[in-house]
Design a protein around this ligand. Structure first.
Ligand code: SER
Length: 357
């Protein structure tokens, strides 16, 4: 096995002596994170992005990809087709059903979130076997893997470390925690008793994202969505009833910082990584503090708090903050947006322009 190439995958060569073209595969490519990731990878010079999503990608996004497929990550024949067409060297497996949606159809969520990841992990190892190079597998996990038993413990715990309180109360959290473990298993122990085992087929790296806030898109089906919904409603002149209490506190980060973190972790030197799953997060305002920022820039906004108790309980079980020291020390995690810069430098200018169109 050759060592993985950190960072960039070379752009597709026109003449590969009959070999398949190399590709970076992005699943869930049409979602919030995928949208920004495609633009960033393209901006970095990658011309071999292959996108997969259940819905057809927007044309401007398709144009940044070498190829795009509409389909389900649970559809093995589609994955086999991809495998036949491309030498996949990196996978960003973003496709998932988020936490609120997953509670309405937990078994479907499990099938998509865990079954889909398992298919991709198997595909990655088969790819590595067939082209003889390790496949890098980047997996966004979530603060939903944590489960704080009550508010007192939540506020006493402060910034939780990666190995604390991993006792999720949601199907989505259970799924993400399972996938983190599956990734570690495929990377380090896959078929450990088989005689023909090849070690080190997979280079699995994962980040636990906090709530993500984007100026471009609104999340759908998540429970941290209240922050984005409040901001976009305020900016577009719609009234908004926030579904959590004013004092609700969880960590957040902006989408550009999230994409940057994902690319930094993907490019990090393997010898520097002391773990395969890292907390990331930039600021942890209360819901009231988010409202204050929205009112500062959009004084006519109408925002009320009408907690939805079951959703409130989910958010209450997530940490008030996460300890990101491992990500800082190992691969230089350095988000640029704190709460006020997120609004002043990123969200407000872009959202204003967007709703003025
Ligand atoms: N944003 C996710 C959700 O709310 C949590 O990571 O489901």
């Amino acid at each position: 096995m050759t060592a993985p190439t950190p960072g960039r995958t070379p752009a597709t060569s026109p003449d590969r002596g009959g070999r398949r073209n190399t590709a970076i595969l992005i699943t869930g490519a049409g979602g919030e994170v995928g949208h920004g990731l495609i633009s960033s990878l393209h901006g970095l010079g990658h011309r071999n992005i292959v996108a997969l999503d259940v819905k057809k990608l927007r044309r401007d996004q398709r144009e940044l990809c070498q190829d795009s497929f509409e389909g389900d990550i649970c559809d093995n024949s589609l994955l086999e087709r991809l495998l036949a067409m491309y030498e996949i060297t990196e996978i960003y497996h973003l496709a998932a059903l988020l936490s609120t949606r997953a509670e309405f159809t937990p078994e479907t969520a499990h099938a998509v979130n865990v079954g889909g990841a398992l298919n991709l992990l198997r595909l990655a190892t088969e790819q590595a076997r067939s082209h003889g190079e390790r496949v890098k597998f980047i997996f966004p996990s979530s603060i939903a893997v944590y489960g704080l038993p009550d508010l007192e413990t939540k506020f006493r715990a402060g910034a939780v470390k990666e190995d604390e309180y991993c006792r999720p109360n949601t199907m989505y959290g259970c799924n993400k925690l399972t996938c983190e473990n599956l990734g570690r298993y495929y990377a380090d122990h896959y078929r450990q008793l088989a005689q023909d085992r090849i070690e080190g087929l997979l280079d699995f790296r994962s980040l636990r994202f906090p709530g993500l806030i984007s100026s471009e898109t609104l999340p759908s089906g998540g429970t941290s969505d209240f922050a984005s919904e409040m901001i976009h409603a305020g900016a577009s002149g719609k009234s908004y009833a926030c579904f959590v209490r004013q004092d609700t506190r969880i960590p957040f980060m902006t989408m550009p910082d999230a994409i940057d973190a994902m690319l930094k972790l993907a490019a990090a030197e393997e010898s520097k990584l002391t773990r395969c799953v890292y907390n990331v997060g930039s600021f942890n305002p209360s819901a009231e503090q988010i409202k204050d920022q929205v009112m500062r820039y959009f004084p006519d906004a109408e925002i009320t708090f009408e907690p939805d108790l079951p959703r409130q309980e989910i958010v209450d079980s997530w940490p008030a903050d996460v300890d990101v020291s491992a990500a800082k020390d190992d691969w230089g995690f350095a988000p640029v947006h704190d709460l006020s810069r997120a609004f002043a430098d990123y969200l407000v200018p872009r959202i204003k322009a967007r709703y003025a169109e």
